[in-house]
Design a binder for this molecule. Structure first.
Ligand code: 3PG
Length: 214
């Protein structure tokens, strides 16, 4: 597995951040860091994403920042130039995946079925984002998919929260869970950084308490 993905596996959680303004990027990243997570996936769902990634990279080089919801090669290029260290996509877009492989940046494409998974394997990838995790069948679907694809690793995202995080992480082929529950848009909007830190601490404590991950 790629070294960045190994770092993500050690953390176990990838906070999915949606930022309306780039000014909030560093305070949000600091709130996550204060809670114990040095990682964030900043989504290209908003126009602020590129600048947000640049701000975090400049002010917090120790933060493992990636770009999410990357739908085009152009967005991937902007994310990479801004300092993103990994790329996540909601679905399997061969053009985006091939482009990231060419640029030598880790890509975790969204896959929720055998078709997408086989495209990922064909491209030489060993880890996919299982998205949308809860709606697409949750952990039982991941276990069913892990049957034939023996070497495949999963990063489930979508509908994950403090209530089901450890259930996913207890399956050893799950490297980490993505999710927005610690950084809900309403908290970001309100600038409620203390609550982001509290929810992050809660998530980290859950992961740290897992005997399986030791
Ligand atoms: C994503 O972009 O990966 C998901 O929207 C995150 O899903 P969640 O909001 O259910 O955590």
């Amino acid at each position: 597995m790629n070294q960045i993905l190994e770092e993500i596996e050690k953390i176990g959680i990838v906070p999915v951040v949606v930022l309306e303004t780039a000014e909030k990027a560093v305070p949000v990243a600091k709130a996550l860091q204060a809670g114990g997570i040095n990682c964030a996936e900043v989504t290209f769902r908003t126009a602020a994403a590129e600048e947000a990634i640049r701000n975090i990279t400049r002010e917090m080089p120790e933060m493992l920042v990636g770009a999410g919801t990357v739908l085009t090669t152009e967005q991937a290029d902007r994310a990479i130039a801004a300092g993103a260290r990994f790329i996540v996509t909601p679905g399997y877009n061969p053009r985006v995946v091939d482009h990231c492989i060419e640029k030598n940046i880790p890509i975790v494409p969204g896959c929720m079925d055998t078709h997408a998974i086989e495209m990922a394997l064909e491209a030489g990838l060993d880890t996919i984002k299982f998205f949308p995790a809860e709606a697409a069948g949750g952990l039982s679907m991941i276990k069913a998919l892990a049957g034939p694809y023996v070497n495949l690793k999963f990063m489930p995202t979508g509908g994950i929260n403090a209530g089901n995080l450890t259930e996913y992480l207890s399956f050893k082929k799950v490297i980490a869970c993505g999710g927005s529950w610690m950084v809900k848009p309403a908290l970001v909007k309100a600038g409620n950084y203390d609550e982001i830190t509290r929810l992050t601490e809660e998530a980290v404590a859950l992961v740290d308490g897992m005997a399986e991950r030791k």
